[in-house]
Ligand binder design. Structure first.
Ligand SMILES: [Zn+2]
Ligand SMILES: [Zn+2]
Length: 113
């Protein structure tokens, strides 16, 4: 069975884009047809990535991605964080990081399962 997001012919895929490539060399926390959540190898914080090569998803997609990242953070992490969807190193592909807001005892940390 092919995953429905792979069968979606309206989906844009850029073979030169590292977010489209979906290389799994860090921990993956979640995935569905619209997005995946994994640790960013550059920032070592969780990020959610849209499963479509484009910088500006519709508001409902943006909301979905934000909710999924929030769920992962509540399930797996302690500490304060903020949703950061400014595109920097990969400006053409929408993604968002969970940025730590504090250091020391309040720092973002992985919860023991
Ligand atoms: Zn990053
Ligand atoms: Zn891409």
């Amino acid at each position: 069975m092919v995953a429905s997001w792979k069968a979606d012919e309206t989906r844009i895929w850029d073979p030169t884009c590292e977010l489209c490539e979906e290389a799994r060399f860090t921990e993956w926390f979640y995935e569905d047809d619209l997005c995946w959540v994994a640790e960013c190898d550059a920032c070592t914080v969780p990020m959610v990535v849209w499963r479509n090569h484009g910088a500006e998803p519709a508001d409902e997609i943006r909301g979905h991605l934000r909710s999924r990242l929030t769920e992962v953070m509540e399930r797996c992490f302690d500490g304060r964080w903020k949703f950061d969807d400014r595109l920097r190193t990969i400006p053409g592909h929408y993604h968002a990081h969970a940025r730590a807001l504090a250091w020391g005892p309040e720092a973002l940390r992985r919860r023991a399962n």
